[in-house]
Design a protein around this ligand. Structure first.
Ligand code: ZN
Length: 154
């Protein structure tokens, strides 16, 4: 299985890519230092490809019957897990939360976390990492409305 490449379109103030169908996420592999050169399919990080510097985002597909075989914490980042499809279980500091489409879980840096898909169908989720305490504002308070009227090229 070869690494699927992202074609990134870059503009002055944006970068954009088509990652394809969630069901094809296994075409992307993540090479974790502890996995000794073995690629972990189904995890696509976006920070580097899109040139982000304030957050990391990954799109994930965890096949039926699989789980993350370790706990992990973070040094400085909080994480948000957004479950899109399928079901499974998430564990933080020994507490278990049932997850399914629509479940969102924020984990503080210190939380020892792991998760598993013990169901019969694949589990899809997005993970967002950002430095804990880094937000300048919440909701729409950082937004500034531009003066120009909305128009679309014909
Ligand atoms: Zn993490």
């Amino acid at each position: 299985m070869s690494e699927a490449r992202l074609d990134v379109v870059k503009g002055k103030n944006f970068s954009s890519a088509q990652v394809g169908a969630l069901t094809d996420l296994h075409r992307h592999q993540f090479f974790h230092p502890l996995a000794k050169g073995r690629g972990i399919p189904g995890k696509l990080f976006l920070k580097e490809a899109l040139g982000m510097n304030g957050m990391e985002v990954s799109l994930n597909k965890l096949p039926a019957g699989q789980g993350v075989p370790f706990y992990h914490q973070h040094k400085a980042h909080e994480e948000l897990y957004i479950f899109l499809r399928g079901s499974g279980q998430f564990q933080i500091d020994g507490e278990v939360i049932e997850v399914r489409e629509g479940t969102v879980i924020r984990v503080a840096p210190d939380g020892a976390r792991t998760w598993r898909n013990h169901s019969q169908e694949d589990l899809y989720y997005i993970v967002i990492q950002a430095r804990a305490g880094s937000m300048a504002a919440g909701e729409i308070d950082d937004g500034v409305v531009c003066p120009q009227k909305v128009s679309w090229p014909a």
